[in-house]
Design a protein around this ligand. Structure first.
Ligand code: GLN
Length: 489
Protein backbone atom coordinates (compact mmCIF):
# COMPACT_ATOMS: atom_id res chain seq x y z
CA UNK A 1 0.00 0.00 0.00
CA UNK A 2 1.19 3.54 -0.63
CA UNK A 3 2.55 5.40 2.34
CA UNK A 4 -0.71 6.77 3.68
CA UNK A 5 0.89 9.66 5.56
CA UNK A 6 2.26 11.07 2.30
CA UNK A 7 -1.12 11.40 0.60
CA UNK A 8 -2.73 14.77 0.13
CA UNK A 9 -6.13 15.32 1.72
CA UNK A 10 -7.59 15.35 -1.77
CA UNK A 11 -6.07 11.96 -2.63
CA UNK A 12 -6.97 10.49 0.75
CA UNK A 13 -10.62 11.43 0.26
CA UNK A 14 -10.62 9.66 -3.09
CA UNK A 15 -8.90 6.59 -1.61
CA UNK A 16 -11.33 6.42 1.29
CA UNK A 17 -14.30 6.70 -1.05
CA UNK A 18 -12.98 3.87 -3.22
CA UNK A 19 -12.32 1.81 -0.07
CA UNK A 20 -8.64 1.44 -0.97
CA UNK A 21 -7.98 1.86 2.75
CA UNK A 22 -10.10 2.63 5.79
CA UNK A 23 -10.24 5.74 7.92
CA UNK A 24 -8.95 3.65 10.83
CA UNK A 25 -5.93 2.59 8.75
CA UNK A 26 -5.29 6.17 7.71
CA UNK A 27 -5.47 7.32 11.32
CA UNK A 28 -3.31 4.42 12.54
CA UNK A 29 -0.63 5.37 10.01
CA UNK A 30 -0.57 8.90 11.40
CA UNK A 31 -0.53 7.71 14.99
CA UNK A 32 2.56 5.56 14.26
CA UNK A 33 4.18 8.55 12.55
CA UNK A 34 3.32 10.62 15.60
CA UNK A 35 5.24 8.23 17.85
CA UNK A 36 8.28 8.34 15.59
CA UNK A 37 8.03 12.09 15.25
CA UNK A 38 7.89 12.93 18.96
CA UNK A 39 11.30 14.59 18.82
CA UNK A 40 9.71 17.42 16.83
CA UNK A 41 7.53 18.24 19.89
CA UNK A 42 4.75 19.18 17.49
CA UNK A 43 1.93 18.10 19.80
CA UNK A 44 1.21 19.26 23.34
CA UNK A 45 -1.50 16.63 23.80
CA UNK A 46 -1.93 13.51 21.66
CA UNK A 47 -5.46 12.14 21.42
CA UNK A 48 -5.03 8.68 19.84
CA UNK A 49 -8.10 7.12 21.45
CA UNK A 50 -10.38 9.91 20.36
CA UNK A 51 -8.83 9.79 16.87
CA UNK A 52 -9.50 6.07 16.50
CA UNK A 53 -13.02 6.45 17.79
CA UNK A 54 -13.70 9.25 15.28
CA UNK A 55 -12.08 7.20 12.51
CA UNK A 56 -14.35 4.25 13.28
CA UNK A 57 -17.37 6.51 12.99
CA UNK A 58 -15.99 7.76 9.69
CA UNK A 59 -15.69 4.21 8.37
CA UNK A 60 -19.33 3.66 9.32
CA UNK A 61 -20.25 6.80 7.37
CA UNK A 62 -18.39 5.55 4.29
CA UNK A 63 -20.09 2.17 4.63
CA UNK A 64 -23.46 3.89 4.83
CA UNK A 65 -22.61 6.00 1.77
CA UNK A 66 -22.94 9.30 3.65
CA UNK A 67 -19.43 10.59 4.29
CA UNK A 68 -18.88 14.25 5.12
CA UNK A 69 -16.51 16.37 3.00
CA UNK A 70 -13.55 15.69 5.35
CA UNK A 71 -14.65 12.26 6.49
CA UNK A 72 -11.78 10.36 8.11
CA UNK A 73 -9.10 13.01 7.46
CA UNK A 74 -6.63 13.16 10.38
CA UNK A 75 -5.75 16.69 11.45
CA UNK A 76 -3.73 18.49 14.07
CA UNK A 77 -5.61 21.16 16.01
CA UNK A 78 -3.65 24.18 17.21
CA UNK A 79 -3.85 24.27 20.98
CA UNK A 80 -5.49 27.66 20.82
CA UNK A 81 -8.83 26.15 19.73
CA UNK A 82 -11.00 25.03 22.64
CA UNK A 83 -11.79 21.36 22.30
CA UNK A 84 -14.49 19.92 24.49
CA UNK A 85 -13.04 17.55 27.08
CA UNK A 86 -9.48 17.91 25.77
CA UNK A 87 -6.93 20.14 27.53
CA UNK A 88 -6.47 23.53 25.82
CA UNK A 89 -3.49 25.56 26.99
CA UNK A 90 -2.53 28.21 24.41
CA UNK A 91 0.94 26.81 25.26
CA UNK A 92 0.81 28.74 28.54
CA UNK A 93 1.37 27.50 32.05
CA UNK A 94 -1.50 29.68 33.14
CA UNK A 95 -3.96 27.43 31.29
CA UNK A 96 -2.32 24.11 32.06
CA UNK A 97 -5.02 21.64 33.03
CA UNK A 98 -7.84 23.73 31.52
CA UNK A 99 -10.39 21.38 29.96
CA UNK A 100 -12.98 23.36 27.99
CA UNK A 101 -16.60 22.34 28.48
CA UNK A 102 -17.34 23.48 24.90
CA UNK A 103 -16.01 23.14 21.37
CA UNK A 104 -14.79 26.08 19.28
CA UNK A 105 -16.99 26.80 16.27
CA UNK A 106 -14.18 26.07 13.80
CA UNK A 107 -13.34 22.66 15.28
CA UNK A 108 -17.04 21.85 15.66
CA UNK A 109 -17.48 22.49 11.92
CA UNK A 110 -14.45 20.33 11.04
CA UNK A 111 -15.83 17.47 13.15
CA UNK A 112 -19.30 17.97 11.64
CA UNK A 113 -17.63 17.36 8.27
CA UNK A 114 -15.91 14.19 9.46
CA UNK A 115 -12.39 15.30 10.40
CA UNK A 116 -10.39 13.24 12.89
CA UNK A 117 -8.33 14.97 15.61
CA UNK A 118 -4.87 13.51 16.20
CA UNK A 119 -4.00 15.94 19.00
CA UNK A 120 -3.44 19.53 20.03
CA UNK A 121 -0.46 21.14 18.35
CA UNK A 122 2.20 23.24 20.02
CA UNK A 123 2.48 27.00 19.47
CA UNK A 124 4.09 30.12 20.85
CA UNK A 125 2.53 31.07 24.18
CA UNK A 126 -0.83 32.72 23.42
CA UNK A 127 0.31 32.73 19.77
CA UNK A 128 2.86 35.45 20.51
CA UNK A 129 5.99 34.74 18.56
CA UNK A 130 7.59 33.85 15.24
CA UNK A 131 9.66 30.84 16.22
CA UNK A 132 7.60 28.63 18.54
CA UNK A 133 10.26 29.14 21.19
CA UNK A 134 7.96 30.93 23.65
CA UNK A 135 5.83 27.83 24.34
CA UNK A 136 5.68 26.72 27.98
CA UNK A 137 5.78 23.17 26.58
CA UNK A 138 9.14 23.49 24.87
CA UNK A 139 10.10 24.63 21.39
CA UNK A 140 9.07 22.81 18.24
CA UNK A 141 11.74 21.51 15.87
CA UNK A 142 11.41 22.14 12.13
CA UNK A 143 11.55 18.82 10.23
CA UNK A 144 13.83 20.60 7.73
CA UNK A 145 17.59 20.95 8.27
CA UNK A 146 20.21 22.92 6.37
CA UNK A 147 22.14 20.78 3.88
CA UNK A 148 24.90 18.86 5.67
CA UNK A 149 24.16 20.58 8.98
CA UNK A 150 22.42 18.97 11.95
CA UNK A 151 21.48 22.25 13.70
CA UNK A 152 17.86 22.28 14.84
CA UNK A 153 15.85 25.04 13.19
CA UNK A 154 12.65 26.78 14.26
CA UNK A 155 9.44 25.91 12.38
CA UNK A 156 8.34 29.54 12.51
CA UNK A 157 5.55 30.76 14.72
CA UNK A 158 3.20 30.92 16.22
CA UNK A 159 1.60 27.88 14.55
CA UNK A 160 4.89 25.93 14.74
CA UNK A 161 3.41 22.65 15.94
CA UNK A 162 0.73 22.67 13.24
CA UNK A 163 3.20 23.20 10.40
CA UNK A 164 5.83 20.80 11.80
CA UNK A 165 3.15 18.10 12.06
CA UNK A 166 1.97 18.68 8.47
CA UNK A 167 5.47 18.99 6.95
CA UNK A 168 6.66 16.04 9.06
CA UNK A 169 3.77 13.85 7.80
CA UNK A 170 2.15 13.46 11.20
CA UNK A 171 -1.05 15.22 10.14
CA UNK A 172 -2.62 15.71 6.71
CA UNK A 173 -3.51 19.26 7.59
CA UNK A 174 -3.96 21.40 10.66
CA UNK A 175 -5.80 24.37 12.01
CA UNK A 176 -3.80 27.50 12.68
CA UNK A 177 -4.42 31.13 13.53
CA UNK A 178 -2.86 34.28 12.16
CA UNK A 179 -2.73 37.56 14.08
CA UNK A 180 0.34 38.97 12.34
CA UNK A 181 1.56 36.11 10.16
CA UNK A 182 1.30 32.96 12.25
CA UNK A 183 -0.20 30.87 9.45
CA UNK A 184 1.88 32.18 6.57
CA UNK A 185 5.39 32.54 8.02
CA UNK A 186 5.49 29.05 9.58
CA UNK A 187 4.01 27.56 6.39
CA UNK A 188 6.85 29.21 4.44
CA UNK A 189 9.47 27.96 6.92
CA UNK A 190 8.34 24.35 6.52
CA UNK A 191 7.57 24.16 2.79
CA UNK A 192 3.79 23.90 3.03
CA UNK A 193 0.80 26.10 2.16
CA UNK A 194 -1.37 28.14 4.51
CA UNK A 195 -4.12 30.70 4.10
CA UNK A 196 -5.40 33.38 6.43
CA UNK A 197 -8.86 34.25 5.16
CA UNK A 198 -10.53 37.65 5.34
CA UNK A 199 -11.20 38.86 8.89
CA UNK A 200 -14.68 37.64 9.77
CA UNK A 201 -14.67 34.54 7.55
CA UNK A 202 -13.96 32.11 10.40
CA UNK A 203 -15.64 32.39 13.74
CA UNK A 204 -13.33 33.30 16.60
CA UNK A 205 -15.71 31.75 19.11
CA UNK A 206 -13.84 29.28 21.28
CA UNK A 207 -10.40 30.36 20.06
CA UNK A 208 -8.24 31.70 22.89
CA UNK A 209 -8.03 35.42 22.12
CA UNK A 210 -4.73 37.18 21.46
CA UNK A 211 -5.65 40.42 19.61
CA UNK A 212 -9.33 40.27 18.72
CA UNK A 213 -9.33 42.75 15.83
CA UNK A 214 -6.47 40.89 14.10
CA UNK A 215 -6.94 37.18 14.99
CA UNK A 216 -8.20 34.95 12.21
CA UNK A 217 -8.23 31.17 11.90
CA UNK A 218 -7.18 29.33 8.78
CA UNK A 219 -5.73 26.04 7.57
CA UNK A 220 -2.23 24.78 6.80
CA UNK A 221 -1.76 21.81 4.48
CA UNK A 222 0.67 20.50 1.90
CA UNK A 223 -1.15 21.80 -1.17
CA UNK A 224 -3.30 24.79 -2.04
CA UNK A 225 -6.18 22.46 -2.88
CA UNK A 226 -5.93 20.80 0.54
CA UNK A 227 -6.09 24.26 2.12
CA UNK A 228 -9.22 24.94 0.07
CA UNK A 229 -10.81 21.72 1.39
CA UNK A 230 -10.15 22.69 5.00
CA UNK A 231 -11.04 26.35 4.55
CA UNK A 232 -14.46 25.45 3.22
CA UNK A 233 -15.28 23.61 6.44
CA UNK A 234 -13.75 26.18 8.76
CA UNK A 235 -15.55 29.25 7.36
CA UNK A 236 -19.08 30.42 7.87
CA UNK A 237 -21.25 32.82 9.78
CA UNK A 238 -21.54 32.27 13.52
CA UNK A 239 -23.98 34.33 15.56
CA UNK A 240 -21.82 33.64 18.63
CA UNK A 241 -19.04 35.86 17.21
CA UNK A 242 -20.20 39.42 16.57
CA UNK A 243 -17.35 39.98 14.09
CA UNK A 244 -18.20 36.86 12.09
CA UNK A 245 -19.48 37.91 8.68
CA UNK A 246 -22.82 36.80 7.37
CA UNK A 247 -21.49 35.96 3.93
CA UNK A 248 -22.05 32.85 1.85
CA UNK A 249 -19.01 30.55 1.80
CA UNK A 250 -17.98 29.81 -1.78
CA UNK A 251 -17.10 26.32 -2.95
CA UNK A 252 -13.36 26.98 -2.73
CA UNK A 253 -12.47 23.52 -4.04
CA UNK A 254 -14.96 23.33 -6.88
CA UNK A 255 -13.96 26.78 -8.13
CA UNK A 256 -10.21 26.18 -7.74
CA UNK A 257 -8.31 26.52 -11.00
CA UNK A 258 -4.66 27.40 -11.51
CA UNK A 259 -5.64 30.05 -13.99
CA UNK A 260 -4.38 33.63 -13.86
CA UNK A 261 -5.12 34.65 -17.42
CA UNK A 262 -6.16 38.27 -17.59
CA UNK A 263 -5.51 38.92 -13.91
CA UNK A 264 -3.60 42.01 -12.84
CA UNK A 265 -1.12 41.28 -10.08
CA UNK A 266 0.44 44.16 -8.17
CA UNK A 267 4.04 44.10 -7.02
CA UNK A 268 4.32 46.47 -4.06
CA UNK A 269 7.57 48.36 -4.38
CA UNK A 270 7.82 49.07 -0.63
CA UNK A 271 8.25 45.32 -0.01
CA UNK A 272 11.72 45.48 -1.57
CA UNK A 273 13.43 45.91 1.74
CA UNK A 274 17.06 46.80 2.30
CA UNK A 275 19.06 43.83 3.41
CA UNK A 276 16.63 41.26 2.04
CA UNK A 277 18.54 38.11 1.01
CA UNK A 278 19.22 38.06 -2.75
CA UNK A 279 17.72 34.58 -2.98
CA UNK A 280 14.36 35.83 -1.78
CA UNK A 281 14.49 38.74 -4.19
CA UNK A 282 15.27 36.28 -6.98
CA UNK A 283 12.45 33.95 -6.08
CA UNK A 284 10.03 36.85 -6.00
CA UNK A 285 11.13 37.79 -9.54
CA UNK A 286 10.72 34.15 -10.52
CA UNK A 287 7.16 34.27 -9.20
CA UNK A 288 6.47 37.39 -11.26
CA UNK A 289 7.84 35.64 -14.36
CA UNK A 290 5.75 32.52 -13.72
CA UNK A 291 2.56 34.54 -13.41
CA UNK A 292 3.36 36.52 -16.56
CA UNK A 293 4.08 33.32 -18.47
CA UNK A 294 0.70 32.01 -17.29
CA UNK A 295 -1.06 35.02 -18.78
CA UNK A 296 -1.27 37.50 -15.90
CA UNK A 297 -0.19 41.10 -16.14
CA UNK A 298 2.07 42.33 -13.36
CA UNK A 299 2.28 45.98 -12.41
CA UNK A 300 4.27 47.84 -9.82
CA UNK A 301 2.07 49.39 -7.14
CA UNK A 302 2.80 51.50 -4.10
CA UNK A 303 1.64 50.86 -0.54
CA UNK A 304 3.24 53.98 0.91
CA UNK A 305 2.47 53.37 4.59
CA UNK A 306 4.07 49.93 4.67
CA UNK A 307 6.95 51.20 6.79
CA UNK A 308 4.52 51.96 9.61
CA UNK A 309 2.92 48.51 9.57
CA UNK A 310 5.21 46.80 12.09
CA UNK A 311 5.12 49.62 14.67
CA UNK A 312 1.35 49.89 14.22
CA UNK A 313 0.96 46.15 14.73
CA UNK A 314 3.23 46.10 17.77
CA UNK A 315 1.04 48.74 19.42
CA UNK A 316 -2.41 47.41 18.51
CA UNK A 317 -1.66 43.72 19.11
CA UNK A 318 -0.16 44.16 22.62
CA UNK A 319 -2.91 46.66 23.54
CA UNK A 320 -5.61 44.14 22.71
CA UNK A 321 -3.61 41.31 24.26
CA UNK A 322 -3.18 43.16 27.55
CA UNK A 323 -6.93 43.58 27.70
CA UNK A 324 -7.76 40.00 26.62
CA UNK A 325 -5.28 38.44 29.01
CA UNK A 326 -6.65 40.33 32.01
CA UNK A 327 -9.09 37.45 32.47
CA UNK A 328 -6.32 35.08 33.63
CA UNK A 329 -6.48 35.88 37.30
CA UNK A 330 -6.20 32.44 38.88
CA UNK A 331 -9.87 32.49 39.82
CA UNK A 332 -11.63 31.21 36.76
CA UNK A 333 -9.13 29.24 34.68
CA UNK A 334 -6.11 27.01 35.02
CA UNK A 335 -3.26 27.91 37.32
CA UNK A 336 -3.72 29.46 40.76
CA UNK A 337 -0.95 30.42 43.18
CA UNK A 338 -2.95 30.83 46.38
CA UNK A 339 -2.54 33.74 48.77
CA UNK A 340 -4.76 35.07 51.54
CA UNK A 341 -4.69 38.45 49.89
CA UNK A 342 -6.64 38.47 46.62
CA UNK A 343 -4.42 41.06 44.88
CA UNK A 344 -1.33 39.09 45.89
CA UNK A 345 -2.98 35.95 44.52
CA UNK A 346 -3.58 37.64 41.15
CA UNK A 347 0.00 38.86 41.04
CA UNK A 348 1.59 35.58 42.03
CA UNK A 349 -0.60 33.61 39.63
CA UNK A 350 0.17 35.89 36.70
CA UNK A 351 3.89 36.04 37.52
CA UNK A 352 4.10 32.26 37.64
CA UNK A 353 1.72 31.63 34.75
CA UNK A 354 2.95 33.94 31.99
CA UNK A 355 6.26 33.60 30.15
CA UNK A 356 8.63 36.47 29.35
CA UNK A 357 7.25 37.37 25.90
CA UNK A 358 3.65 37.41 27.11
CA UNK A 359 4.65 39.62 30.06
CA UNK A 360 6.49 41.96 27.69
CA UNK A 361 3.37 42.34 25.56
CA UNK A 362 1.11 42.91 28.56
CA UNK A 363 3.48 45.63 29.76
CA UNK A 364 3.68 47.31 26.35
CA UNK A 365 -0.07 47.01 25.86
CA UNK A 366 -0.93 48.41 29.26
CA UNK A 367 1.49 51.27 28.68
CA UNK A 368 0.09 52.31 25.30
CA UNK A 369 -3.46 52.19 26.68
CA UNK A 370 -2.64 54.16 29.83
CA UNK A 371 -4.31 57.56 30.10
CA UNK A 372 -1.15 59.60 29.52
CA UNK A 373 -0.04 57.68 26.44
CA UNK A 374 -3.29 56.57 24.81
CA UNK A 375 -3.38 59.47 22.35
CA UNK A 376 0.33 59.36 21.60
CA UNK A 377 0.45 55.63 20.82
CA UNK A 378 -2.84 53.81 20.61
CA UNK A 379 -4.86 56.48 18.81
CA UNK A 380 -1.96 57.19 16.47
CA UNK A 381 -1.69 53.48 15.67
CA UNK A 382 -5.40 53.37 14.88
CA UNK A 383 -4.97 56.28 12.49
CA UNK A 384 -2.09 54.53 10.79
CA UNK A 385 -4.20 51.41 10.56
CA UNK A 386 -6.73 53.40 8.55
CA UNK A 387 -3.99 54.69 6.22
CA UNK A 388 -2.65 51.18 5.67
CA UNK A 389 -6.17 49.97 4.82
CA UNK A 390 -6.47 52.89 2.42
CA UNK A 391 -3.20 51.90 0.70
CA UNK A 392 -4.65 48.49 -0.08
CA UNK A 393 -8.00 49.89 -1.25
CA UNK A 394 -6.21 52.23 -3.66
CA UNK A 395 -3.99 49.43 -4.95
CA UNK A 396 -6.99 47.16 -5.47
CA UNK A 397 -8.58 49.75 -7.72
CA UNK A 398 -5.80 48.86 -10.16
CA UNK A 399 -5.01 45.21 -9.47
CA UNK A 400 -6.75 41.98 -8.48
CA UNK A 401 -4.15 40.74 -6.01
CA UNK A 402 -0.59 41.32 -4.81
CA UNK A 403 2.51 39.13 -4.85
CA UNK A 404 5.23 39.45 -2.20
CA UNK A 405 7.69 37.22 -0.38
CA UNK A 406 6.15 35.63 2.74
CA UNK A 407 9.05 36.25 5.11
CA UNK A 408 12.37 38.07 4.91
CA UNK A 409 14.39 34.90 5.65
CA UNK A 410 14.26 31.11 5.65
CA UNK A 411 13.96 29.18 8.92
CA UNK A 412 16.65 30.13 11.43
CA UNK A 413 18.32 28.19 14.22
CA UNK A 414 16.65 27.72 17.58
CA UNK A 415 18.07 30.44 19.83
CA UNK A 416 18.86 32.81 16.96
CA UNK A 417 17.12 36.24 17.09
CA UNK A 418 16.35 35.68 20.77
CA UNK A 419 18.70 38.37 22.07
CA UNK A 420 16.60 41.20 20.65
CA UNK A 421 12.79 41.13 20.43
CA UNK A 422 12.84 43.67 17.59
CA UNK A 423 14.83 41.27 15.42
CA UNK A 424 12.20 38.63 16.03
CA UNK A 425 9.40 41.10 15.23
CA UNK A 426 11.01 41.80 11.82
CA UNK A 427 9.93 38.33 10.71
CA UNK A 428 6.41 39.71 10.37
CA UNK A 429 7.28 42.61 8.10
CA UNK A 430 5.47 41.21 5.01
CA UNK A 431 2.58 39.54 6.81
CA UNK A 432 1.21 41.99 9.40
CA UNK A 433 -0.25 44.34 6.79
CA UNK A 434 -2.90 41.79 5.81
CA UNK A 435 -4.02 41.48 9.43
CA UNK A 436 -4.06 45.23 9.91
CA UNK A 437 -6.27 45.54 6.84
CA UNK A 438 -8.26 42.33 7.48
CA UNK A 439 -7.39 40.94 4.04
CA UNK A 440 -6.81 37.35 2.91
CA UNK A 441 -3.25 36.12 2.46
CA UNK A 442 -1.80 32.82 1.32
CA UNK A 443 1.73 31.46 1.51
CA UNK A 444 2.73 28.90 -1.07
CA UNK A 445 6.03 26.99 -1.11
CA UNK A 446 7.92 27.70 -4.31
CA UNK A 447 11.58 26.80 -3.86
CA UNK A 448 14.62 26.08 -1.74
CA UNK A 449 17.43 28.41 -0.80
CA UNK A 450 21.12 27.53 -1.27
CA UNK A 451 21.10 25.78 2.10
CA UNK A 452 18.20 23.59 1.02
CA UNK A 453 15.53 25.34 3.10
CA UNK A 454 12.05 26.09 1.78
CA UNK A 455 10.94 29.61 0.83
CA UNK A 456 7.42 30.85 0.24
CA UNK A 457 5.68 33.53 -1.76
CA UNK A 458 2.67 35.38 -0.45
CA UNK A 459 -0.48 36.23 -2.40
CA UNK A 460 -2.64 38.96 -0.88
CA UNK A 461 -6.18 39.50 -2.08
CA UNK A 462 -9.22 41.70 -1.84
CA UNK A 463 -11.59 41.27 1.08
CA UNK A 464 -13.79 38.16 0.60
CA UNK A 465 -11.86 37.16 -2.51
CA UNK A 466 -10.06 34.09 -1.16
CA UNK A 467 -10.90 32.33 -4.41
CA UNK A 468 -8.64 34.53 -6.54
CA UNK A 469 -5.91 34.20 -3.91
CA UNK A 470 -6.21 30.41 -3.96
CA UNK A 471 -6.26 30.33 -7.76
CA UNK A 472 -3.10 32.43 -8.02
CA UNK A 473 -1.54 30.21 -5.37
CA UNK A 474 -2.46 27.13 -7.37
CA UNK A 475 -0.88 28.66 -10.49
CA UNK A 476 2.35 29.40 -8.59
CA UNK A 477 2.29 25.90 -7.12
CA UNK A 478 1.92 24.39 -10.57
CA UNK A 479 4.71 26.52 -12.04
CA UNK A 480 7.08 25.89 -9.13
CA UNK A 481 6.43 22.16 -8.98
CA UNK A 482 7.70 22.17 -5.40
CA UNK A 483 8.16 18.51 -4.44
CA UNK A 484 11.03 18.70 -1.94
CA UNK A 485 10.63 17.07 1.43
CA UNK A 486 12.52 17.20 4.69
CA UNK A 487 15.31 14.62 4.78
CA UNK A 488 14.46 11.26 6.27
CA UNK A 489 10.81 11.23 5.23
N1 GLN B 1 4.77 36.92 15.10
C1 GLN B 1 3.65 37.78 15.37
C2 GLN B 1 3.58 38.11 16.83
O1 GLN B 1 4.40 37.63 17.57
C3 GLN B 1 2.39 37.16 14.87
C4 GLN B 1 1.82 36.16 15.76
C5 GLN B 1 0.53 35.61 15.23
O2 GLN B 1 0.17 35.80 14.09
N2 GLN B 1 -0.19 34.95 16.12
O3 GLN B 1 2.74 38.84 17.26
Amino acid sequence: MTNLTHLTIDAARAGLKKKEFSAVELTQAHLSAMEKGRKLNAYIVETPELALQQAKQSDAKYAAGSPGPLEGIPLGIKDLFCTKGVQTTAASKILEGFIPPYESTVTAQLFRDGAVMLGKTNLDEFAMGSSNTTSAFGNVINPWKRKGDKTDLVPGGSSGGSVAAVAGRIAMGATATDTGGSIRQPAAFTGIAGIKPTYGRCSRWGIVAFASSLDQAGPVARTVKDCAHLLKSMCGHDPKDSTSANMPVPDFVGALKPDVKGLKIGIPKEYRMDGMPAEIEKLWQQGIDWLKAAGAETVEVSLPHTKYALPTYYIIAPAEASSNLARYDGVRYGLRVPDDNLIAQYEKTRAAGFGAEVRRRILVGTYVLSSGYYDAYYIKAQKLRRLIVQDFLSAYEKVDALLTPTAPSAAFAIGENEDDPIKMYLNDVFTVTANIAGLPGLSVPVGLDAQGLPLGLQVLGKAWDEQTVLNIGAALEEAAGFKAMPEGL
